[in-house]
Design a protein around this ligand. Structure first.
Ligand SMILES: [Zn+2]
Length: 88
């Protein structure tokens, strides 16, 4: 199944990387991408995360990291520094 997000919507993370490199990236970077493993929506389903700079995406496999070890995503996802790891 092909599902490209139309309208060139990209995640804040991709946007930041594009700015950092000063590059206009190829079509590939326009795809929504998991903040952790960087797989795109072409490869895996992604969940939308609303964060302070807009929208970010995470895949179901990385979601447990966000829940159990949010500190691992601190550099990738703004706001995770305020999250407490989930205790069992
Ligand atoms: Zn992922």
């Amino acid at each position: 199944m092909t599902h490209v997000i139309r309208g060139g919507r990209i995640s804040w993370y991709d946007e930041a990387r594009i700015r950092e490199r000063g590059l206009i990236m190829a079509i590939e970077s326009q795809l929504a991408r998991c903040v952790n493993c960087e797989r795109t929506v072409d490869e895996v389903p992604l969940l939308n995360l609303t964060q302070r700079h807009g929208v970010a995406y995470i895949c179901p496999q990385c979601l447990p990291i966000l829940i159990h070890k949010p500190q691992q995503l601190q550099n990738k996802l703004p706001g995770t520094e305020a999250l407490q790891p989930h205790e069992h």
